[in-house]
Write a new protein. Structure first.
Length: 496
């Protein structure tokens, strides 16, 4: 029986090589080891084979071979995901889109583009820049992450405050199902009356419904004027409160970001040095877009609020080079944290914007009590927080403390009426915590939807949905527990 299996495997590998070419099939243990995890490196596994098609037709043909071989499949883009969604599974294959990099069409008149799933996010905007257009969602990893991966996790980014997440920009998809059939969903034109909208379930499904191979997205016209503001605060709490006031006043910048003291220090000590003053406890980075009068008025209102909440300095710039430098520091903040420790746990939670101070305090306390270094950088306008915990994964006890702190942060957000994820997805990281938010009936409904697309659980099994029922169900926000810690408290090594 064992020898039959080996011979069968060789036959299937040969068939896959015929479909995608030898460069597109990785069976060598060293090559496969590069795909053992995504950016959530606490959980690893090795796929039996890595398959990298170049076209939708190749992907569909490869699926048929993998299904015949008895393997399940994990879709993978660039592997920048932070929740373990692209980690291989037992008796599984990786079907990656890294070689599917073509921009197939840019229609400037109707403002849409059609791209293969492996196109890097920032390359899409570069491809349509000549037409005065851009693609809205801008994850911090946009120089590496791919459009297909953005679809899988419904990715956002700093400018999500104005432009929203990926689901607001996708017009159509091409997807390969578990039978190796190609499905077209939506498109650049209007949907016919009576046709079900199936884009919604697929966007954010984390590769559990099929392999997205092509994406049609809407493009936006470049604004007339863009101004970036940097507001410096002596208190992280005051910076958070200023954001709440801006939202209450209905100000509409395109991005509102906050970085705390430890993040500032890491960025300024790195090659990404952005000129953030290291004597500030927090900086608020704000971008305002529109016509001249609109930008001037909104910027003035933002500065007025910031100063009312204690900003001791504010700066404005429309210079492209200066703006690029300021944003490079923000988008490179995660990488800069490597100066503090070899590994970084990037939490991704959402809280009501009026509760930002409370959640930051809860995260600070959780990390301080476990002797962990915490840095905060977050999409404050959306209430999407990224508490970053530095650690060394070679230290098993430290890993345990990091995961414990992560769960406490998630629980605090749920109690405050927030959610488990804003853009990174559930994957493996937050699978058990789904029971904090959803009842058994809720989860069963999600599983039924999955079964309608993929009855045999061929795609990315064992992810997102808990494998057991919830023993404790909370369908409404949990009561908020009062904090006994000072509001300005920071974790060791963080803001002081």
């Amino acid at each position: 029986m064992g020898s039959d299996r080996k011979e069968l495997s060789r036959r299937h590998v040969a068939e896959l090589e015929d479909i995608v070419g030898k460069r597109g099939v990785r069976t060598d243990p060293t090559a496969r080891s590069a795909y053992e995890s995504d950016a959530f490196m606490l959980q690893r596994a090795t796929a039996e084979v890595i398959v990298l098609p170049r076209t939708t037709a190749e992907a569909a043909a490869a699926v048929k071979v993998l299904r015949e071989a008895g393997l399940v499949v994990v879709p993978r883009g660039a592997g920048t995901g932070l929740s373990g969604g692209a980690r291989p599974v037992e008796n599984g294959a990786i079907l990656g889109t890294a070689r599917m990099r073509d921009v197939l069409e840019v229609n400037a008149e109707d403002r849409y583009a059609r791209v293969q799933a492996g196109v890097v996010n920032v390359h899409l905007t570069a491809a349509c820049a000549g037409a005065g257009l851009f693609y809205g969602p801008d994850p911090s990893s946009q120089t590496a992450c791919t459009i297909g991966g953005n679809v899988g996790n419904n990715s956002g980014g700093p400018h999500g405050f104005k432009y929203g997440s990926t689901n607001r920009h996708v017009l159509g998809l091409t997807m390969v199902d578990s039978d190796g059939e190609v499905i077209e969903l939506g498109g650049p034109g209007p949907t016919a009356d009576g046709t079900l909208d199936l884009l919604g379930p697929v966007i954010g499904s984390e590769g559990m419904l099929g392999l997205v191979t092509e994406v049609t997205v809407q493009l936006l016209p470049r604004p007339e004027k863009v101004e970036t503001l940097l507001c410096l605060f002596e208190s992280l709490d005051a910076c958070c409160d200023a954001v709440s006031e801006m939202i209450a006043r209905r100000l509409e910048p395109s991005a509102i970001e906050i970085l705390d003291r430890l993040t500032i220090e890491a960025v300024e000590a790195s090659v990404l040095r952005a000129g953030y003053p290291d004597h500030a406890e927090a900086v608020m980075l704000v971008e305002v877009e529109g016509g001249d009068e609109e930008v001037d008025a909104t910027s003035a209102d933002v500065i007025e609020v910031a100063r009312a909440f204690g900003a001791f300095d504010t700066r404005r710039t429309t210079d492209p080079a200066e703006r690029k430098r300021l944003w490079a520091g923000r988008k490179g903040a995660f990488g800069a944290m490597g100066r503090i420790a070899p590994d970084l746990y990037v939490a991704d939670v959402v809280a009501p914007r009026t509760r930002l101070r409370e959640i930051v305090s809860a995260a600070t306390v959780a990390c301080r009590e476990r002797d962990l270094k915490l840095a905060n950088v977050f999409h404050a306008g959306d209430g999407n927080l990224h508490p970053n915990i530095s650690y060394d994964r070679r230290d098993a006890d430290e890993v345990r403390r990091v995961l414990e702190a992560g769960r406490i942060i998630m629980e605090a957000c749920v109690r405050a009426g927030g959610s488990l994820t804003g853009e990174h997805g559930i994957g493996l990281e937050k699978q058990d915590e789904m029971c904090l938010v959803f009842s058994d009936d809720d989860l069963a409904a999600m599983d039924q939807l999955r079964g309608a697309f993929d009855p045999s659980a061929f795609w990315n099994p064992g992810k997102m949905l808990p494998v057991r029922g919830c023993r404790e169900v909370h369908t409404r926000p949990l009561p908020v527990e009062p904090s006994t810690e000072p509001t300005d408290a920071q974790a060791p090594g963080g803001s002081r």
